[in-house]
Design a protein around this ligand. Sequence first.
Ligand code: SAM
Length: 370
Amino acid sequence: MIGINNINLSSVGKTSLVVSMFRTLISNKHVKNILLKVEDGAEPNSSNLEQIQSYLPFYTLNPYISDIPNEITIFDPKECQAILWESLDLVYFLAPDLFKSKNFVNLLQKHWSEYDRSKTNVDEVRQYIKNCPPLKAWSLVAIENISARIALRTMLIDDLIQSSIVGQFKQVVILGSGLDSRLLRMPLGPDVVGYEVDLPEIIELKKKLLPLITKECPPTSKSTNHYIGADLKGDSWIELLKSAGSSDFDSTKPTLWIMEGLLMYLSEDETNNLISNCSHLSSSGSTMVIQIIGHVDGEKDPQFRKLVKTLLHEDVRFDFKKAAGSYLKDNSFISNVQVYNDNDIFFKYTGLNDPKLDDGWSQFAIGYKP
Ligand SMILES: C[S@@+](CC[C@H](N)C(=O)[O-])C[C@H]1O[C@@H](n2cnc3c(N)ncnc32)[C@H](O)[C@@H]1O
């Protein structure tokens, strides 16, 4: 334990913990699926059982995770362990004001099981959540659809990394990486060099957590990874990237750039500047994946806005001026540009449409530089 609650994180920095907590729920559902198969008498897949061993001490039966489709779960024990070891009071740490509003409590309760819903008084709800184990506490505040949306985006980017890296990339840069443990959990070879850039406070936290986690749960990846603390709003990160360690970033090699859950914290100008900088650092054959919050205004999605405001005490922006694909096309990533919304990804993995996810809340674009 390093005492995450004593670390002074800005509200933007805290968002990485929120996303990690969602991925912890997604992993929990993955574990549940495997255990259920075993209970059903289906042939247990021994490698799956082995995979989940390190997570079992954290597993909680029946937390509220019903909106994560069975087909779209991932297993991320490293990120989960970091967050669960450290998170006995994490819900409170992230959201001290979470329970002040009666309306918000009502909103939460709409999603709860009959049993949980019997608590109606704000103080009672607050106490109840505080006394729950962390995974259960988070499952209670995870507003429906957000965990599913995070599951979808995680799965899409994981698949992209796996298929791209195996094929062509030896260099991957994750901007605004937060506590994401992709560069540890994906099966990357020793010839891959990974770079993560996030605010110094998050990189410092990550560097403290990594030795603890990897001791319990060794990385699958064999890549060489560099962790760079920098503000992506300016240009200072570029020099730090270029001089990060012995295997310096090489702009003559194709790079895979990933910006997941980041650009909503930058202004329109900062976003354009960042993507343009990445383009200048990219040789032919480089790929970029971005995720932005789509054409959704607060009126259309008041629940999400309210959650963000309550958790972060500030708003993310919903006013991207262009569709996701245009940010890439305007910056030389013009080949084979693919655009997805949440429902497109849902369809990709389940063969089904979910009208609730077809609202343009999140937009992904993937494009290649010829
Ligand atoms: C919602 S989290 C997403 C983290 C990660 N990409 C994931 O999906 O798990 C947003 C991340 O962007 C980082 N971030 C926001 N503004 C930033 C900035 N100006 N410079 C560097 N990182 C920033 C935050 O610190 C946080 O880790």
